[in-house]
Design a protein around this ligand. Structure first.
Ligand code: AOS
Ligand code: ZN
Ligand code: ZN
Length: 389
């Protein structure tokens, strides 16, 4: 296989998981701008996700969020999985929610009251039951737990509570299931967060065992953090479970991935490729909210941005780079990397899509499909789905 053929083959195997909540309405704490045609339930979210996969060819799974995507009936989740299949996609990670209940004001799994911790852990166990029904591999955990004021709670004891709760859920996982622990440096807690950084997530995952892995959400770091270094380190330790891709300018902005800093995304993807993460079990998920832009095209654009960064990362001349590095040729090593980054990979990706039997222009194809007008016309009445509901 020529090198270019190998790059194309790799790009064809790429799988980007889209989040169910990105198809619904979202906003800031100031205002949610509702959009016509937005899904009203998980079934319609899957209809839209099916369109993203139909036009990109590389978005085969959809992450669910419980309780936002809760369905009724004993066979509800099996039916949802069937519905996904009919739309050409599969159900992906199950995201838990221990942040929208009044009981969680002082935390969930780290709460000082054992009864609240019990409630939180029971919810996580319920999520594993759902995974059994949907056939999902991953349980994605993000905790809003933390404190707002120094002295509010015992920071160290909260870690013990966290470890205890996680251990109980870990024990419940099936052989092929994983627990993905996401960190975030602040928000909603403003003084301490119980899983604030990759080191804390890594320490808990290490203690738990091989089925516990760290999630890197690209929007969850302090400005200036070298995320690709974290990625390289976690991959080296075999502890990178997944990405939550999005872009940030200031805080956890959840904008389209690759929109704020495509160069950073390239550097991250280069470390993924370099560390063997592209072919391993690392899950590439989007975690975004499309507050003002149309949802489906924004998600298609995001998937394409991931593809472009990946293509550039795959195009790095690794031999030339290594030779320059070993020779101590700083400028040449940097030039090799920048050459790949500055390559216009859009024609290459258009070819890849054509070879996959797809339209080379996914956004144009979506626009021409008439789906946007159809959902506006058909999805009338009922309550639109949204982040938080
Ligand atoms: C929150 O900031 C995190 O990014 C989580 O991944 C969260 O669960 C997700 O945004 C869906 O609520
Ligand atoms: Zn996230
Ligand atoms: Zn986030």
């Amino acid at each position: 296989m020529t090198e270019l053929a190998a790059v194309k083959a790799a790009l064809k195997t790429q799988a980007v998981e889209t989040p169910s909540w990105a198809y619904g309405n979202s906003g800031t704490r100031f205002k949610v701008f509702a959009q016509a045609g937005v899904p009203r339930d998980p079934w319609e979210k899957l209809d839209d996700a099916g369109k993203v996969h139909e036009f990109t060819g590389v978005a085969p799974t959809v992450a669910l969020h419980i309780p936002w995507d809760k369905v009724d009936g004993a066979d509800g989740y099996a039916e949802l999985a069937e519905h996904a299949k009919r739309r050409g996609v599969r159900l992906g990670a199950i995201n838990s929610n221990t942040f929208q209940d009044d009981d969680y004001k002082l935390g969930s799994i780290c709460h000082p009251d054992a009864a609240v911790r019990r409630k939180a852990v029971d919810h996580l166990l319920e999520c594993v039951d759902i995974m059994d029904a949907t056939g999902s591999r991953d349980l994605k955990l993000w905790f809003a737990d933390g404190t707002n004021y120094p002295g509010q709670d015992d920071v160290r004891e909260r870690q013990d509570r966290l470890a205890e709760g996680l251990a109980e859920v870990y024990e419940r996982l099936g052989d092929d299931q994983r627990m993905l622990l996401e960190y975030k440096f602040f928000e909603p807690a403003f003084y301490t967060t119980d899983v604030p950084d990759w080191g804390t997530a890594y320490a808990h995952c290490l203690k738990l065992g091989p089925k516990a892995q760290v999630v890197v959400d690209t929007g969850h770091h302090a400005p200036g953090t070298n995320i690709e270094f974290i990625v390289a380190t976690l991959l080296r330790e075999g502890k990178l479970g997944a990405f939550d891709f999005n872009s940030r300018f200031y805080a956890d902005d959840d904008l389209m991935v690759g929109a704020a800093d495509p160069f950073q995304l390239f550097r991250i993807m280069y470390e993924v490729v370099r560390g063997g993460g592209f072919t391993s079990e690392v899950a590439f998920m989007l975690d975004q909210c499309h507050n003002i832009e149309a949802k489906i095209p924004a998600i298609i654009r995001s998937v394409m941005n991931v593809q472009e960064a990946t293509a550039k990362a795959l195009l790095v001349d690794r031999e030339a780079l290594r030779a320059a590095q070993l020779a101590g040729d700083v400028l040449e090593a940097n030039a090799v990397l920048m050459d790949a980054y500055n390559t216009d990979v859009r024609p290459l990706l258009a070819e890849v899509r054509e070879e996959m039997g797809l339209d080379p222009d996914p956004l144009g194809a979506y626009r021409r499909s008439g789906w946007a007008a159809k959902i506006v016309e058909e999805r009338v009445g009922g309550k639109q789905a949204g982040w938080g509901a």
